[in-house]
Design a protein around this ligand. Structure first.
Ligand code: MN
Ligand code: MN
Length: 268
């Protein structure tokens, strides 16, 4: 294996949640779950992520409030990518993804996005806010920050969002037709944006928007393990610890972090 390492950053911002706050307290809860004595820190492929030279928590970003945070997140992401670092960002709600991608796009102008979510997040605005956690994919596509956006796990498509998807050329793999094989294939750099509500709430109750009929944890892991593309970064968003039951969703998020990190480390 190469000397690559993964850096984990907390992005503790939930001001753009339309229904319920709490995601701002997620990053450390996920990192604590990863370090919990109840499990080891190897990926399923056997990569030991316990060593800090392989996977390191860089703490949470220091953020102010309001729309200034968008610039703060973008600047931080741009510096990380410019430095050749491979980041996993722990949200925060899904509003963090637009500025993260905007920052990464400076280094990776041909970035592809694999978006895993119950929701397409393509609203033009929610309650007058164009930076709501229901809007990031609309902003990303408007500003042409992604070569391809493939949204998988969708089961809440509205007519408005359907027309937005058509307008932007978003490739939708909805739960009606979802199968976790064959693998998704991307040419060039790939960013994975993982909204935990892609999972059925039976597997991940610690989220703000419970949308029944989602993936099993195993189906989601299979998507991550099988995806083809040069993974240059990822986020795990929408974990709400105040909705969780015995930290079970934190453990799921930590597991997904391990599988994403292993995927990045195993790349040539
Ligand atoms: Mn989302
Ligand atoms: Mn969602």
């Amino acid at each position: 294996m190469s000397s690559k390492s993964i850096e984990v950053y907390g992005v503790p911002w939930d001001e753009k949640s339309s229904f319920m706050r709490g995601c701002r307290d997620a990053p450390h809860k996920i990192w604590d779950a990863f370090n919990c004595e109840s499990a080891n820190r190897c990926s399923e492929s056997g990569i030991n992520l316990a060593k800090s030279e392989v996977l390191r928590f860089q703490g949470s970003m220091t953020l102010t409030s309001g729309n200034a945070v968008l610039t703060e997140i973008e600047t931080a992401a741009a510096e990380i990518a410019a430095g050749g670092r491979l980041p996993i960002f722990l949200g925060g709600d899904h509003a963090i993804t637009y500025p993260l991608v905007k920052g990464l796009h400076r280094t990776y102008p041909d970035l592809n996005i694999l978006h895993l979510d119950a929701h397409p997040d393509l609203y033009d605005e929610i309650h007058g806010d164009r930076f709501s956690h229901g809007c990031p994919m609309a902003r990303i596509m408007e500003e042409k920050l992604a070569t391809r956006l493939v949204s998988v796990g969708i089961r809440t498509m509205t007519p408005h969002q359907r027309s937005q998807a058509d307008r932007f050329g978003v490739e939708i793999v909805d739960m009606i037709s979802f199968v976790s094989k064959p693998p998704l294939i991307f040419e060039g750099p790939l960013y994975v944006s993982l909204d935990l509500d892609v999972l059925d709430r039976a597997f991940a109750p610690g989220i703000s928007h419970h949308e029944p009929g989602g993936m099993t944890t195993r189906e989601l892991i299979r998507v991550i393990q099988n995806v083809q593309g040069a993974l240059v970064g990822a986020d795990i968003v929408e974990y709400n610890p105040y909705r969780d039951i015995q930290n079970m969703t934190a453990m799921v998020a930590a597991k997904l972090m391990k599988e994403l990190a292993a995927k990045m480390l195993a790349q040539p």
